[in-house]
Write a protein that binds this ligand. Structure first.
Ligand code: AMP
Ligand code: GLY
Length: 412
């Protein structure tokens, strides 16, 4: 099988790594990839549907796996399907679950899925009224994709209003009830009819230790979550994932690919905080090392509508912890172009170093963005996995870089 992965982050590196682990001779291309995937990287703009389609037919690609959300919202999957190339990822219409927060709310309400109360607003007066009605802490979300920057959670009413003002010009804004409780990500692979959950993971979104500072794309993750109640996955499948999958099928826009359920365990039950429509980053980096059944088979079955013909994915009880190394200034204004050293020493410490924002230049590996590397430790317990990840990340040198020191701390 020949596979093309679209994207250039640590999530894509984790997918590549897993596919090659299963079948070292597998032909896998990554467009555009990064320094960590240099042997597989191809120059390809994942947003250019025509170029992706042409590459897929010219190279006889059997399966395209879309990493990030932007190509989905741009309709790249629709173009690939139209030419008969199997693709893992939803259509543009179904991807609106992530690309429009208002659409996601509307689908959840229609499907009877538990989520926070919310109001769609299009003027600052409406925002003010909604903030008054819903109360503090205030949650304000841009309707559209905003590269992880569209959401603010704050007790500062003025900051909530300023955030709303920033996005009102380009679309509507959702004011939402604050949901208190631990967050859990559960990924569900579906072909539009059949659906299988992967294992739950937790992402650490704030930049600083103790969940302080601004939200980021994710500073670390771990799995398993041994503290979750028994039957958690079944409950999420029955009350959240399957009703949404059925609702989209009934609308004539079936969802094929990965439904990322972002959940909060509130005192009033599990509620949806967001849907994404692709593998999460950095959760993927800790879920895939635990997978014991073939990933290529799972993705291909979703892409070809044949999930019912394969068994549910299986996972080992082993633990995985991912710590993200970020550039100085991340998330506000990351410094780029600095050299990264110590990668071999980090790998020798027994962790996997997945590249996110890196490029090769004159024999050096340079940082090219905010989240630079994902360092993943595995082991029989969370503490073992955590120890490996931190031993390794301590060996990496990147001037001004930072990482959280409390990922999965105290979680056994
Ligand atoms: P989102 O982009 O919707 O995932 O939001 C980013 C992060 O903001 C989430 O992972 C939560 O940590 C936080 N957040 C979003 N919505 C809420 C909410 N209604 N209540 C509490 N925290 C929220
Ligand atoms: N881990 C958050 C995301 O992938 O959107």
């Amino acid at each position: 099988m020949r596979i093309l992965i679209l994207g250039s982050g640590a999530r894509e590196h984790a997918l590549l790594d897993r596919l090659l682990f299963e079948q070292p001779s597998l032909e896998v291309f990554v467009g555009p990839g990064n320094a960590g995937m240099a042997d597989h990287s191809v120059e390809l703009d994942p947003l250019d549907a025509a170029a992706v389609c042409e590459f897929a037919s010219a190279r006889g690609i059997d399966l395209v796996v879309v990493g990030p959300e932007a190509p989905l919202a741009a309709g790249v999957t629709d173009a690939l399907r139209a030419q008969g190339t199997p693709v893992f990822g939803p259509s543009r219409a179904a991807a609106r679950l992530e690309s429009s927060k208002n659409f996601a709310k509307e689908v959840m309400i229609a499907a009877g899925v538990p989520t926070g109360a919310s109001v769609e607003t299009s003027t600052i007066e409406e925002v003010e009224a909604a903030l008054n009605a819903i109360g503090s802490p205030f949650v304000v979300k841009a309707d559209g994709l905003a590269a992880g920057k569209g959401v603010i959670v704050t007790e500062d009413r003025q900051a909530a209003l300023d955030h709303a003002r920033e996005y009102l010009g380009s679309g509507s804004v959702l004011v939402e009830e604050f949901l208190a409780g631990p967050e859990v990500s559960l990924f569900v692979v579906t072909d539009g009819t059949e659906a299988y959950p992967l294992v739950p993971a937790q992402d650490f979104k704030r930049v600083g230790d103790g969940d302080t500072g601004p939200n980021t794309g994710g500073m670390g993750s771990y799995s398993p979550l041994n503290w979750l109640p028994a039957g958690f996955e079944d409950e999420v499948m029955d009350r959240i994932a399957l009703p949404v999958i059925r609702e989209l099928a009934a609308r004539g826009t079936p969802f094929c690919g990965l439904l990322y359920c972002g959940l909060v365990l509130t005192s009033g039950g599990t509620k949806v905080i967001e849907f994404n429509v692709r593998f999460g980053d950095p959760e993927t980096q800790v879920i895939l090392p635990r997978l014991t059944s073939p990933l290529s088979e799972l993705l291909f079955a979703s892409a070809t509508g044949t999930l019912a013909s394969i068994a549910a994915p299986e996972f080992s009880p082993e633990a995985a912890v991912c710590v993200v190394l970020a550039s100085e200034g991340y998330p506000a204004s990351p410094k780029t172009g600095r050299p990264i050293r110590g990668l071999d020493a980090a790998a020798a410490a027994g962790a996997k170093v997945l590249h996110a924002a890196t490029r090769l230049s004159g024999g050096e590996i340079l940082a090219t963005g905010g989240r630079v590397l994902s360092v993943v430790g595995t082991g029989p317990t969370i503490e073992d996995a955590r120890g490996r990840a931190y031993d390794a990340i301590g060996k990496i040198e990147l001037e001004g870089s930072h990482y959280r020191t409390d990922i999965a701390r105290g979680r056994s």
